[in-house]
Design a protein around this ligand. Structure first.
Ligand code: ADP
Ligand code: ZN
Ligand code: MG
Length: 481
């Protein structure tokens, strides 16, 4: 049997660090990095006798996330202790939520491979605290613990096993990430671990009703490794089954370098964690009014922005979808349009050169080092004819390397467009002299010859000559001949 005979089943558990200023149960800062063990206090260091106090913002952000993903919000919720021992968890338990999560029964809509809308159901969203971090490498022999991250608030978003391919998994994660960015509850910086996924994968023979045994790859934090990991697991599981074996339910580690998964441990069950209600915290009760208030504070979501771009800026469906997929791109677009009144140009630059460079550099839109002021100025410089679009492409590259005002860049690099009619005419005459064939071609009705001549002139001036002016002067001069 081959891959076509199997169906893939994927369920994702996403952890997103919330961008509250302070931690979930104390007032230490949540800021990423910092000298080890400088963002902590007796509470998040788990000193005996300390007591946690729930940060109200954490509840608000989780409810926001729930509302933005079509969840039911629990009026009655609580925290539970999840007991396990690990050196980065000094309390030997994590305060999480077990049987009464804040949000349940939501969904996120993606497009499947036939561009049909598909709902991925969310089982739940709950709040919990992050653990510290072990540093293994820098200290000959031992490992040291850094508790700066201990107590940073997380939401865990658990999907139903509704995802059927690595492609759908990526689409789901991108959509979820974009929603969390829009509602500003998490910065979702994957390289800093503020948006990471546990990836559960199983396979079953087509037509089979019962789910296959799943394996779980922990803490994946790049789209590329998630896709690669899923593809690897599908092939591995099919191989095991085809050769008469059985899939073990286990926790795996994906290794990006070898491109393989490795077994970490047997999968633990809920009972291994000996969950019980957290005795040091009161239950969480939310009123209708509270939920209504949070709802009214939600900002405009991608779908509605997209519609606005279609109506107001006349973007195509595809353009509007690509830009609104990222809040950062969408903001960059809107700010640039405000400053230039040129939506078409803003859209083109963002979707062509800027997106291409983001891809090449493998960076996210929120890491774009220049501002909408810079992009707006660039567009105006082209409109005024100060630079050609060929030069503008070089300016965009430069903006990624050394961001500063485009006018400064072109001045420093000597990229100002030659728009002096006398200077351009000189170039035109020289090119005409050395290309008599093109002159004949144009006179013989081949309009394309002008394009060739303009190209020659651009080459000679390293893209600095004003192309409209070249065009006009070439025609004028040939007609005089
Ligand atoms: P935990 O991993 O913490 O024990 P669950 O048992 O609730 O939690 O499952 C976690 C995730 O695994 C969910 O996203 C769920 O959709 C997914 N999942 C459950 N069973 C399967 C399966 N057979 N194949 C793929 N994913 C699964
Ligand atoms: Zn603290
Ligand atoms: Mg799990």
């Amino acid at each position: 049997m081959s891959r076509e005979d199997y169906e893939v089943v994927i369920g994702l558990e996403v952890h997103a660090e919330l961008s509250t200023k302070t931690k979930i149960f104390c007032s230490c800062p949540t800021e990423f990095g910092g000298e080890p063990n400088t963002h902590c206090c007796p509470i998040c260091m788990a000193m005996p006798g300390t007591l946690p106090v729930l940060n109200e913002k954490v509840v608000e952000y989780a409810v926001k996330a729930g509302l933005a993903t079509n969840c039911e919000i629990s009026r009655d919720s609580k925290n539970d202790r999840k007991n396990y021992f690990y050196p980065d968890l000094p309390k030997a338990y994590q305060i999480s939520q077990f049987d009464k999560p804040l949000c349940e029964n939501g969904y996120i809509e993606i497009e499947d491979k036939n561009e049909q809308k598909k709902k991925i159901r969310l089982t739940r969203i709950h709040i919990e605290e992050d653990a510290g971090k072990l540093n293994h490498d820098d200290f000959g022999g031992g490992s040291l613990v850094d508790l700066n991250r201990a107590g940073v608030p997380l939401i865990e978003i658990v999907s139903e096993p509704d995802i059927s391919s690595s492609d759908e998994a990526e689409k789901y994660l991108r959509k979820l990430k974009s929603i969390l960015e829009y509602i500003e509850v998490s910065d979702c910086k994957m390289q800093e671990g503020s948006f990471r996924a546990d990836v559960n994968v199983s396979i079953r023979k087509k037509g089979e009703k019962k789910l296959g045994t799943r394996t779980e790859m922990k803490n994946m934090n790049s789209f590329r490794s998630i896709v690669r990991g899923i593809e690897y697991e599908i092939d591995r599981q099919i191989d095991v089954i085809e050769s008469g074996g059985k899939i073990e339910q286990e926790t795996l580690r994906w290794d990006d370098v070898s491109g393989k998964t490795f077994s970490m441990r047997d999968k633990e069950d809920a009972q291994d964690y000996r969950y019980f209600p957290e005795p040091d915290l009161v239950a969480i009760r939310l009123t209708e009014e509270y939920i209504a208030n949070v709802k009214s504070s939600l900002p405009e979501l991608p779908e509605s922005r997209k519609q606005r771009y279609l109506d107001k800026y006349k973007l195509t469906e595809r353009e509007a979808k690509l830009i609104t997929a990222s809040k950062y791109l969408s903001n960059l677009f809107e700010e640039t349009v405000l400053k230039t009144n040129n939506p078409k140009a803003a859209c083109n630059w963002i979707l062509s050169d800027i997106s291409r460079i983001l891809n090449e550099k493998e960076i996210e839109p929120n890491e774009i080092p220049f501002t909408s002021d810079n992009l707006a100025e660039l567009i105006k410089l082209i409109e005024k004819g100060t630079i050609s679009s060929a030069i503008a492409k070089k300016v965009i590259e430069e903006l990624f390397e050394n961001p500063k005002e485009p006018s400064k860049i072109i001045e420093e690099k000597g990229w100002i467009q030659i728009s002096d009619e006398g200077a351009i005419k000189e170039i035109v005459l020289k090119i005409l002299e050395t290309n008599p064939q093109s002159v004949q071609d144009y006179k013989g009705g081949k309009d394309k010859a002008i394009g060739f001549l303009v190209g020659q002139a651009m080459k000679q001036t390293k893209g600095k000559a004003n192309p409209q002016m070249l065009n006009k002067l070439f025609i004028e001069e040939i007609n005089k001949m």
